[in-house]
Design a protein around this ligand. Structure first.
Ligand code: T4K
Length: 370
């Protein structure tokens, strides 16, 4: 390829569509702290996503930190090692101890059957991740949480617009946290959100993202600055007008890959269940041992052709230096996650990806087999 092909490219509307929004911000001089675009975007996202309450934040990591603080969690939180580091880092920043459990081979999401054995007297919550936007087994997680009186915070960074059994997957758990980073299906340059079920919790989150301030003279909690600014919120409103086209384009690319890769020995695609409305955020493949070359050799050969897939998620979070000492980080307890991390490769997928480039990427993968 002449131009590099990255794993993703943000989908951005034409600049002239954004100029009227900028003009409005310039005229009003309201740049942040809950301005009009911020308020409009919260409302528009509640409608689009089918959720009751949503608070915007300045990125997904801060949103995770605020969510944990809002629930006032202590002790240990059971989570997955197969995610982006921000999942476990948010726990560490809240002085919570991550306890890693293994994942399901089919979805690469936390395995509910492994959660109960990890519960101790210190456990206060479960933090699963809807990895790549594939819904976790939300019914099983809910049943375990209910039985052991645990809170559930979903890291839903990848799950914008995803539905499970005709309902937003964001409505499961106590809180769900989205990322609107540039690399995500829906982006506000940087941004994030917390979805919750009631107005009281929303107001607590809104206080926490604004230093804990409730009025000019009262601060009621050790909050932080998690506010989304007006340029990001305005960009989100504009993005929302284009999101359905972007998702449709992703769906086409996803089915092209699936169709063309289905008979290649040693390449496995993750399944999509009929119970889901999916968002095609990523296109992970697993390079199995019966493929002629290793995953890392395949990465190298694709890079040599100017194609830059990514090994999301390798290494496992539990293999990083700051987590490796934890008893739950031992790879022998995490065989499925360890195998997935060693085999996974996320292929380029984004709305503007040329269909001929998809064919070319597939042909490079096929080429190695013959
Ligand atoms: N939980 C989960 C499960 C997450 O996946 C994430 C973030 C979070 C929580 C935290 O949410 P945030 O705090 O980020 O809102 C990227 C993203 O930075 C990160 O948001 C994302 N997950 C993670 C999976 O991927 P990198 O280090 O791989 O990004 P980078 O800069 O290498 O970008 C990947 C490719 O995208 C580049 O090769 C080119 C393209 N790109 C990237 C950017 C930023 C563009 O074309 N334009 C751009 O502006 O982490």
């Amino acid at each position: 390829m002449k131009e590099p092909v990255f794993v993703t490219r943000p989908h951005i509307p034409p600049l002239d569509e954004f100029l009227p929004y900028l003009q409005q911000i310039w005229d009003s001089r309201v740049l942040t702290n809950g301005g009009p675009f911020h308020e409009q975007l919260e409302e528009a996202l509640c409608q689009y996503l089918g959720v009751r309450h949503l608070s915007l934040l300045n990125n997904g990591t801060i949103a995770l930190m605020v969510a944990l603080k809002a629930l006032d969690l202590k002790g240990e939180v059971i989570t997955t090692p197969y995610s982006f580091v921000a999942t476990a880092h948010s726990l560490s920043w809240a002085n919570l101890k991550p306890v890693f459990v293994d994942i399901c081979p089919d979805t690469l999401n936390i395995d509910p059957a492994k959660i109960e054995a990890a519960i101790t007297s210190q456990t206060t919550a479960i933090m699963p991740v809807h990895c790549y936007g594939h819904p976790c087994d939300v019914d099983a997680v809910r049943a375990i949480a209910h039985q052991h009186d645990l809170r559930v915070v979903y890291d839903a960074a990848h799950a914008f617009g995803v539905q499970y059994k005709n309902e937003s997957v964001l409505n499961f758990g106590d809180l769900s946290v989205l990322s609107f980073h540039a690399t995500k299906v829906f982006n506000t340059f940087e941004g994030g959100a917390i979805v919750c079920h009631d107005a009281e919790m929303k107001s607590r989150i809104d206080q926490l993202k604004n230093f804990g301030i409730i009025n000019e003279t009262e601060v009621i909690a050790t909050g932080l600055n998690g506010k989304m600014n007006e340029i990001s919120a305005a960009f989100g409103l504009l993005q929302l007008q284009h999101i359905d086209n972007a998702l449709a384009s992703r769906r086409q690319i996803d089915s092209m890959y699936r169709q063309r890769l289905q008979n290649i020995t040693g390449i496995r695609c993750l399944g999509i269940s009929a119970e889901e409305k999916f968002n095609y955020a990523y296109f992970p493949i697993l390079v199995e041992p019966d493929y002629p070359i290793s995953r890392d050799e395949l990465v190298q050969r694709l890079q040599d052709k100017n194609i830059f897939p990514r090994r999301y998620f390798y290494p496992l979070i539990s293999d990083f230096e700051m987590y490796r000492h934890l008893p739950s980080a031992d790879r022998k307890h995490l065989p499925v996650a360890a195998a997935a991390a060693d085999r996974v490769l996320c292929l380029p997928i984004f709305p503007d990806l040329d269909r001929s480039t998809v064919e070319y990427i597939v042909s490079c993968i096929v080429e190695q087999t013959g």
